[in-house]
Design a protein around this ligand. Structure first.
Ligand code: SAH
Length: 348
């Protein structure tokens, strides 16, 4: 059965019109779902009973089922959820001084094949629907409601490549961004892509206010290709040209993500090359410590090297941030918890 959380405001309005309802009912229903965070149609007391009965027959309000969670010393919580077809997805809640951020997954598994990433250990089974992504957020928000907390920021950086599931991801963003619902500000929503250029172009053409982050991880094609197969389809000159267009047309600041991998991409030379690639753009580099994935054999650059890399970027005119570790005492790397769960399930 289709979940009601799949529908954006407009689609809900249309659906209700087809049921002979006036348009003000949309606001009521949306409010019940996202403001009052109802658990069932039956509690929606200001809607006609005949309508809630119809909705109940046509739509599911079933939440995601939590199958396990890990809580790190710093309070980071990693959830593993099961969906109606038995497939599982992860989401991670992190506490920052600027608020709580939820990292959501956009696909079951991933086909991008980045050689350092745990998500790709399990090939893509399917895309998530918009509603399933909404349910990741609602589950955590309902939990935070108990202590008056709020999901302030969304990063689409969990398992999956959001631009390989473009339409559902954009609808998801629209639903959580809606003023009448969870009202998570567009500038508090970040979409992270490995660099699927045609979708970056679509995103640019849509003039969305969401933040865009690009997983770069290498300053030249030779190395990037070894780490990220997507570079073969969209090499750096093509990617950077698309990003420059986006940035110029939209006047938005870009984020480049760069995981520091020991002895792979962490030398002064890499930093200088990276700086010359980015210099002059309205962008900054987010240097990310690597969460080791046993199966891949990469290690994180040591802290001294990371600081040095940061310095070289700054000296060469590129702004950067050095991200602190979060939840590295749990299976925090994207896809790690799920990969472990699937392994245990199969008894291997
Ligand atoms: N497919 C998208 C979003 C998911 S990955 C993308 O590539 O951007 C989100 C970020 O986490 C990416 O920058 C990715 O490269 C990074 N990442 C993947 N595995 C990691 C690990 N083990 N440690 C640290 N970052 C990792």
């Amino acid at each position: 059965m289709r979940t009601i959380y799949d529908l954006n405001y407009k689609q809900m309005e249309q659906m209700l019109a087809e049921h002979g309802q006036k348009s003000y009912r949309t606001k009521q229903l949306f409010t019940w779902l996202y403001r009052k965070r109802a658990q069932s149609f039956t509690e929606m007391s200001d809607l006609p009973k005949s309508l809630t009965e119809q909705l109940q027959e046509e739509f599911s309000m079933e939440p995601l089922k939590e199958i396990s969670r890990q809580t790190a010393r710093d309070g980071t919580v990693k959830y593993l959820f099961e969906m109606e077809d038995g497939a599982s997805v992860e989401a991670v809640l992190m506490h920052f001084h600027f608020g709580d951020s939820l990292c959501v997954s956009s696909q079951v598994g991933c086909n991008m094949g980045c050689t350092f990433c745990a998500s790709g250990l399990l090939k893509k089974q399917r895309d998530l629907t918009a509603g399933e992504m909404v349910k990741e957020v609602l589950y955590v928000q309902k939990e935070l409601d108990q202590t008056g907390g709020r999901v302030d920021n969304i990063v689409i950086m969990g398992t999956g490549e959001p631009f390989d599931n473009y339409d559902n991801v954009m609808r998801f963003c629209e639903i959580i961004n809606s003023d009448l619902g969870l009202a998570i500000g567009a500038r508090h929503i970040t979409i992270s892509t490995c660099g699927i250029v045609p979708r970056i172009d679509d995103f640019a053409a849509g003039h969305y206010q969401y933040n865009l982050a690009i997983s770069l991880h290498a300053p030249d094609d030779e190395l990037r290709r070894k780490l990220m197969p997507i570079d073969k389809a969209y090499p750096l000159d093509v990617l950077m040209a698309s990003l420059r267009r986006y940035s110029n047309d939209n006047h938005r600041r870009l984020t480049f993500e760069y995981i520091l991998l020991r002895d792979v991409n962490d030398t002064d030379d890499h930093a200088r090359k990276l700086a010359s690639l980015i210099r002059g753009m309205n962008a900054y580099v987010n240097l990310i410590p690597y969460n080791p994935v046993d199966e891949h054999g990469y290690r994180s650059a040591d802290d001294k090297k990371a600081l040095r890399f940061y310095d070289v970027l700054m000296k060469n005119g590129v702004k950067a941030t050095l991200r602190a570790r979060h939840g590295d005492d749990i299976d925090a790397a994207c896809g790690q918890l799920r990969a472990r769960h699937e392994k245990d399930k199969n008894g291997s």
